[in-house]
Design a protein around this ligand. Structure first.
Ligand SMILES: NC(=O)c1ccc[n+]([C@@H]2O[C@H](COP(=O)([O-])OP(=O)(O)OC[C@H]3O[C@@H](n4cnc5c(N)ncnc54)[C@H](OP(=O)(O)O)[C@@H]3O)[C@@H](O)[C@H]2O)c1
Length: 332
């Protein structure tokens, strides 16, 4: 089978021929129809991720058809159209993953290949309103967005939400989920064009995070925020605290802009603000996310679809940050 491989950090991904995996006990083999990139794949390629083990077949997101079952797995899975939950071994504690937690796509071989094997417990029926490319765009971003918004920040209908860096894959899903839950949503983004695109999806407005004193300017337009979803950290984070309403929850799941400095403790305690770190999600978060997406008929926003052979171009597009939505690879 054809598979994308990262051999050395800092080098572009290559396409190689390798043996089709054989599903073991409790596993299924999936014929991948479409896969999607996450920033994680690019962090690994650039050598900026913890515990990198190469060579690796990257890819945490995929949708396809069950093409084989291992011992102990019901034959009825054969031929089913599925999406893959990329988290394994979360552990017993729903509040946080345990030490054995793993994400598909390094060290286990990932979805940027014609076939992938995963535990049967990690496959879910493909939402019927999504085609394979849309379905491939959902899993990792969807579970991350769902957990941070609902499980961690407890978003309620009618609350005012800010999603930062709205062009990002997870961020756009958070925007769509918050709107579907009845929230008023505002965004930040690095370009005026992406703010316009977010408004077309239903955001009320937004501001460029490169604008000086953007927090105060945004608060003048929108008022304060009840829930803020951030993947950047960095210098902008202190502004989130400043524009938070009393009792606000700030959910953070990424570190694109780096270390957070200059947080004023007084603003945190006086306004009773919660800062909630969040990573991926439990199997229950995933199942609830998939049900929510089916119920609300949410379609992930796709930035661009590349054939698997053009994986290197797809990685470059994500590294350059040009995307609005998910970057998808058509596999077969
Ligand atoms: N903890 C988890 O479970 C988890 C899961 C998924 C992702 N992540 C992390 O979350 C981050 C985003 O991942 P992704 O896959 O969604 O990546 P992505 O699609 O590449 O999105 C990154 C986005 O970050 C935004 N951004 C860049 N600089 C910013 C700044 N200074 N302030 C605010 N936003 C800024 C950009 O938004 P604009 O394009 O709008 O300018 C960009 O689109 C990464 O750090 C990733 O590692 C964590």
């Amino acid at each position: 089978m054809k598979a994308v491989t990262l051999r050395e950090t800092g080098k572009p991904p290559e396409i190689i021929e390798k043996e089709k995996p054989i599903p073991g006990e409790g596993e299924v083999l999936i014929k991948v129809h479409a896969a999607a990139l996450n920033h994680r794949d690019v962090w690994i390629q650039l050598g900026q991720y913890a515990n990198i083990k190469l060579p690796a077949v990257p890819g945490s997101d995929g949708a396809g058809v069950v093409a084989g079952v291992g011992a102990g797995v019901a034959e009825s899975w054969q031929g089913k159209e599925v999406i893959i939950d990329p988290s394994t071994a979360w552990g017993e504690n729903p509040r946080a993953q345990g030490r054995d937690f793993k994400i598909l796509g390094m060290p286990e071989e990932g979805t940027l290949a014609e076939f992938v094997k995963v535990p049967a417990a990690n496959v879910y029926p493909k939402p019927t309103h999504l085609n394979f490319e849309e379905a491939a765009a959902l899993p990792l971003g969807g579970v991350t967005a769902y957990r941070v918004l609902f499980t961690r920040c407890g978003l309620k209908s009618g609350e005012r939400v800010l999603v930062t860096g709205a062009g990002g894959g997870v961020a756009l899903l958070a925007l769509q989920f918050a709107l579907a839950a009845g929230a008023e949503v505002w965004v930040t983004s690095g370009t005026a064009e992406k703010i316009e695109q977010a408004k077309q999806l239903g955001a009320k407005g937004g501001i460029n995070y490169k604008t000086e004193d953007w927090g105060r300017k945004l608060k003048d337009q929108a008022g304060g925020f009840d829930v803020m979803i951030d993947s950047a950290g960095g210098e902008g984070f202190a502004q989130l605290v400043r524009i938070a309403n009393p009792g606000a929850r700030i959910g953070i799941y990424g570190r694109t802009a780096g270390i957070i400095k200059e947080l004023n403790p007084a603003e945190l305690f006086w306004k009773q603000i919660s800062i909630l770190g969040s990573t991926m999600g439990t199997a229950e978060d995933f199942a609830r996310m998939a049900a929510f997406v089916s119920d609300k008929k949410i379609k992930p926003v796709i930035d661009k679809v590349y054939p698997l052979e053009d994986a290197a171009q797809a990685f470059r597009r994500m590294e350059e940050g040009k995307q609005f939505g998910k970057i998808v690879l058509r596999v077969q």
